[in-house]
Design a protein around this ligand. Structure first.
Ligand SMILES: C[S@@+](CC[C@H](N)C(=O)[O-])C[C@H]1O[C@@H](n2cnc3c(N)ncnc32)[C@H](O)[C@@H]1O
Length: 311
């Protein structure tokens, strides 16, 4: 336990507008978790400490974890806020995703070389694979997140055991089909509080609609973003006007009636290899399948996103 005397602590709480111990912790005005404070009371505005004594759990250090959206690898899509966060990092963590996805590691390193000066220290870590023997999809993914969190923890502990700013370069935006926020929640570092910051990035969805020069939604209508797996298993979502499909290794659009839909498809969006195809699904489905498999052979990997609308 660490006992901290703050005079007068009531000012600290009022200043922070804190209405509970938990909200006082979130202000970042105190390091570590508030464990107990003497003589607490609430008024309408804030939490008051009458004695001026608060006891904090012994979290002595602070790791500031920056999840930095970098768009799709094109340096001109990296925002000024992202550059600032990366530049101020004490360490940038970059995952090695195996030989077939080496391009994606290189892109991250290239972004650092092009946009940062000097480039902060970078640590590469081997990205674990999901266990194919685990039949339950959610368990397989949860176990995988645990092992990634373990790797982040080991690296941070080995290099910054007394705190610092750690940045991860997240493909697109951290909020969209990305697990870094869920992994960050699992981090447990001894004597250390982890404070996560999110820097937004341009998503594959934005690059797709920009490249095809189309609005994402129709007038006053809704948009559903889903996965190839969902489309394959459950078909066209009920009441859906516009469907954006990501994470589709199986060209799940083939399960739909091609006469009923229009498709806007894009692969390697924002990159020099970008491929765009659009038209009625009946006219485009075969071309997309062929181009997709050829491009995958050429590059060793492919990432594509498409938008479907009922005709
Ligand atoms: C793990 S999700 C990451 C999404 C990302 N966080 C975002 O904001 O777009 C990977 C999926 O994003 C899409 N994607 C990522 N990069 C892409 C690219 N350059 N071109 C087309 N789609 C891309 C694909 O649907 C891919 O399966």
């Amino acid at each position: 336990m660490l006992v901290i005397l703050i005079e007068p602590i009531a000012d600290l709480a009022v200043l922070a507008g804190a209405k509970s111990l938990a909200s006082l912790e979130k202000t970042g005005l105190v390091q570590g978790r508030v464990y107990r404070a003497e003589s607490l009371s609430h008024n309408n505005h804030s939490l008051c400490f009458h004695t001026g004594v608060a006891i904090f759990q012994d979290a002595l250090y602070m790791i500031e974890l920056y999840l930095v959206g970098i768009g799709m690898g094109n340096p001109s899509h990296v925002t000024a806020a992202a550059i600032q966060a990366l530049q101020s990092a004490d360490l940038i963590l970059i995952p090695n995703k195996g030989a077939t996805k080496a391009d994606l590691v290189d892109l991250r390193s290239e972004i650092c070389e092009k946009l940062l000066s000097p480039v902060p220290p970078i640590s590469y870590f081997d990205f674990p694979s999901r266990d194919p023997a685990e039949p339950d999809y959610l368990k397989r993914v949860n176990d995988w997140h645990d092992s990634i969190a373990g790797l982040w923890q080991d690296t941070i502990h080995a290099t910054h055991s007394s705190g610092g700013k750690i940045a991860l370069m997240i493909w697109g935006d951290p909020s969209l089909y990305d697990s870094s926020l869920r992994i960050a929640e699992r981090l447990k570092l001894k004597n250390t509080t982890v404070k996560t910051h999110v820097i937004p990035g341009i998503t594959a969805v934005q690059l797709l609609t920009a490249a095809h020069r189309i609005p994402l939604n129709e007038l006053g209508a809704s948009v559903t973003i889903s996965t190839g797996r969902q489309l394959q298993a459950n078909g066209w979502p009920e009441g859906c006007d516009t469907l954006v499909v990501m994470l589709d290794g199986q060209t799940a659009f083939q399960t739909l009636d091609p006469e009923q839909f229009h498709i806007w498809w894009g692969a390697y969006l924002g990159m020099k290899e970008e491929i765009l195809i659009s038209g009625t699904l009946s006219a485009c489905a075969d071309t997309i399948k062929k181009q997709r498999s050829q491009a995958r052979k050429n590059h060793g990997w492919i990432m594509d996103t498409y938008l479907l609308r009922k005709k």
